[in-house]
Design a protein around this ligand. Structure first.
Ligand code: ADP
Ligand code: MG
Length: 219
C-alpha cells in the first residue's frame, strides 16, 4: 500500500523563514490530490521534502509503513516531475525513457518491454528512434512522463512548472496524468497556483496559505 502520510510537516529555512508549518495530510493509495495556493505558499517545498530534495525540519513523512525522512531520494519509490525535464537532447526518445531503469540495472529485456509499452500508452511509440531534440515540446513532455512511468513509481509528484505554463500542454498533461492514475493506480500529488485549473483531474483539493492548510475541498 502506498498511502502517503504527512505528519506535522514543517520546513524552516536556514534564514529562519517558516515555509511549511505543521502540515498533516493523508493521501490514500491511488488518490489524486491537488495542492493549490498562491505563489510562495509552500507547494514546491512540500513536494521537495516528499521527494527528498529538501530536508525536513520536523515532522514525519510515511509511505505505507516506511518512514521516508531518512530514505535517500534515489531510494524513494517516487517520480518527481518538475520544471526542467532534464532530458538528454542528443539521446533518442528510447534512451531517454530507459535512463532510470538502466541506472537501476534492470535486465535489458524488461527495459525494452517497459519502454515500448509505455511509449505506446503515451502515443509516442513511433518516436522511439528520434533524437529528443527533434521532437515537439508536447512530445518531450510525454517522454518525461514516460521516463517516470517506466520505473513504476508508487507516487508521482508534479509541480505546476512541469507544464511550462503552456495551456495546451497542460491540458495534455492532465489528460495523461488521469490515464496514468487509472491504468497504474499511481498516487498523484499535483501542485498549482491556478484555482480550478486541475479540476479535470478529479482529486480533492488542499488549499494552502502561507505554509498552512486553509481548507480541504473534497473531489
Ligand atoms: P510555492 O511553490 O507555493 O510557490 P515555495 O515552496 O517555492 O512556494 O516557497 C515557499 C516559501 O519559501 C516562499 O516564500 C519562498 O520564498 C521561501 N523559500 C523557498 N526556498 C527558500 C530558501 N532556500 N531559503 C529561504 N526561503 C525559501
Ligand atoms: Mg512552486
Amino acid at each position: 500500500m502506498a498511502s502517503l502520510t504527512l505528519e506535522n510537516l514543517t520546513k524552516t529555512y536556514p534564514n529562519g523563514f517558516h515555509s511549511v508549518k505543521n502540515i498533516s495530510l493523508e493521501i490514500k493509495d491511488g488518490e489524486i490530490v491537488i495542492l493549490q495556493g498562491p505563489s510562495g505558499c509552500g507547494k514546491s517545498t512540500i513536494l521537495r521534502m516528499i521527494g527528498g530534495l529538501e530536508d525536513v525540519t520536523s515532522g514525519e513523512i510515511h509511505l505505507g509503513s516506511t518512514l521516508l525522512n531518512d530514505v535517500l531520494p534515489c531510494d524513494r519509490p517516487l517520480a518527481m516531475l518538475f520544471q526542467n525535464y532534464a532530458m538528454y537532447p542528443h539521446l533518442n526518445v528510447y534512451e531517454n525513457m530507459a535512463l532510470g531503469l538502466k541506472l537501476r540495472n534492470m535486465p535489458r529485456n524488461i527495459i525494452d518491454s517497459r519502454v515500448k509499452s509505455t511509449a505506446d500508452f503515451l502515443g509516442i511509440g513511433k518516436l522511439l528512434d528520434k533524437k529528443n531534440r527533434s521532437v515537439s515540446e508536447a512530445d518531450k513532455q510525454k517522454v518525461a512522463l514516460g521516463r517516470a512511468i517506466v520505473c513504476k513509481p508508487k507516487v508521482m509528484l508534479v509541480d505546476e512548472d512541469f507544464a511550462h505554463g503552456n495551456p495546451g500542454l497542460r491540458g495534455d498533461l492532465l489528460h495523461y496524468l488521469q490515464k496514468i492514475n487509472q491504468e497504474y493506480h499511481t498516487t498523484i500529488l499535483y501542485a498549482t497556483r491556478t484555482p480550478g485549473e486541475s479540476c479535470g483531474l478529479g482529486g480533492k483539493t488542499v488549499l494552502l496559505k502561507s505554509g498552512e492548510i486553509e481548507n480541504i475541498i473534497p473531489a
